[in-house]
Design a protein around this ligand. Structure first.
Ligand code: FDA
Length: 304
């Protein structure tokens, strides 16, 4: 879809009936409740996929909102244990207070990591927009000293990521590599698609070569091909990495990867904040509007 059409879709988004946005979002969001998310995770388990739970809600401004997010994550970890689901959690640092006070975010994350630790589970700090990159890396490194079960994310579009690896690799951090979803300035981010794809391959290779466990988060076959080349060259067994995809995107690629003997984890967002989440994602990245249009007309993902 042309970028003009994409922008038109995004511009008119506020006029789109909430029910229609909900119908489109229902492909990308498990539902409003933990029970909805558990149902989706069980269905994913049926096809051999693992999950990572994201409680929707980010950039909160009041400390009590961060406590509610923290408690919901602990409830989710308890449910994962109780229902014997193969799933961990992904936490947006601003949802637990990073934009309010780093110490508050640290305390909330520590409580979540402690709960995960009790169940032998794992917590990943998602990576948000660039004002929070350094704070998130610092938070992850600080938590890692106390909790071995924490990891974070690097974005291939950020020029700094190649160097950030060194600090993370020094403590054998579990790192997810993704392209990056936010709109960033050229001064700090690669803009050209092919360059971002190449950087994705370089980051994955550097992390795998450093002995880090890597979450390869992409639906782009070029990125997957480069990751598989590194895995093959380094003769890595499937317990050293996993592929990761978003709920609702390209189930055939999921199957290709699990059939190939690779671990595959699906990102499963849930919560009452689905409307804000869905519309924010669309505004941040107009190209996704193309997927909305396709979904609206029942066409399925562009990759088939
Ligand atoms: P690209 O956008 O080129 O997509 C490749 C193909 O996948 C497209 O041709 C399209 O068909 C399909 N596709 C992609 N997105 C789709 C969609 N929404 N609907 C339908 N089809 C779609 N970002 C970030 O900044 N911080 C983070 O912490 C994370 N975390 C994260 C976790 C996981 C598990 C994933 C998969 C992704 C993220 N991301 C993220 C988002 C990531 O940065 C990136 O924006 C998306 O994954 C899209 O990039 P691709 O590599 O898939 O390539």
């Amino acid at each position: 879809m042309s970028s003009i059409l994409s922008r038109l879709v995004v511009g008119t988004l506020p006029l789109v009936p909430r029910a229609l946005v909900k119908r489109v979002a229902s492909r990308y969001v498990a539902g409003e409740t933990l029970e909805d998310a558990a149902r989706v995770m069980k269905s994913l388990a049926g096809e051999g996929a693992m999950a990572t739970l994201d409680v929707l809600g980010e950039s909160v401004t009041r400390p009590e909102q961060t406590e509610a997010a923290r408690d919901e994550y602990i409830r989710a970890l308890d449910a994962i244990e109780r229902e014997k689901l193969n799933a961990n959690v992904s936490v947006k640092p601003t949802a637990v207070g990073l934009a309010i006070d780093e110490r508050l975010a640290r305390e909330n994350c520590a409580a979540i990591c402690r709960a995960a630790g009790r169940h032998g589970n794992f917590v990943r700090l998602d990576m948000e927009d660039s004002p929070h990159t350094e704070g998130t890396i610092r938070l992850a490194l600080d938590l890692k000293r106390e909790f071995p079960n924490v990891g974070t994310v690097l974005q291939a579009y950020l020029r700094r990521s190649l160097k950030d690896i060194d600090r993370l690799a020094a403590v054998k951090m579990n790192v997810r590599v993704c392209k990056g979803i936010y709109v960033e300035r050229r001064k700090i981010a690669w803009k050209d698609h092919d360059t971002i794809v190449r950087n994705f391959g370089v980051l994955v290779d550097k992390l795998l070569s450093s002995g880090c466990y890597v979450g390869i988060a992409t639906h782009d076959e070029a990125c997957i091909q480069m990751a598989l080349t590194s895995i093959d060259r380094l003769r890595l067994t499937p317990d050293r990495y996993e592929f990761q995809m978003l709920l609702g995107v390209d189930p055939l690629l999921r199957k290709i990867l699990t059939d190939g003997g690779h671990r595959l984890r699906v990102y499963v967002p849930y919560g009452r904040d689905w409307y804000a989440y869905s519309t924010r994602r669309l505004k941040e990245n107009p190209s996704i509007a193309g997927h909305v249009l396709r979904a609206t007309f029942g066409l399925g993902p562009a990759t088939g």
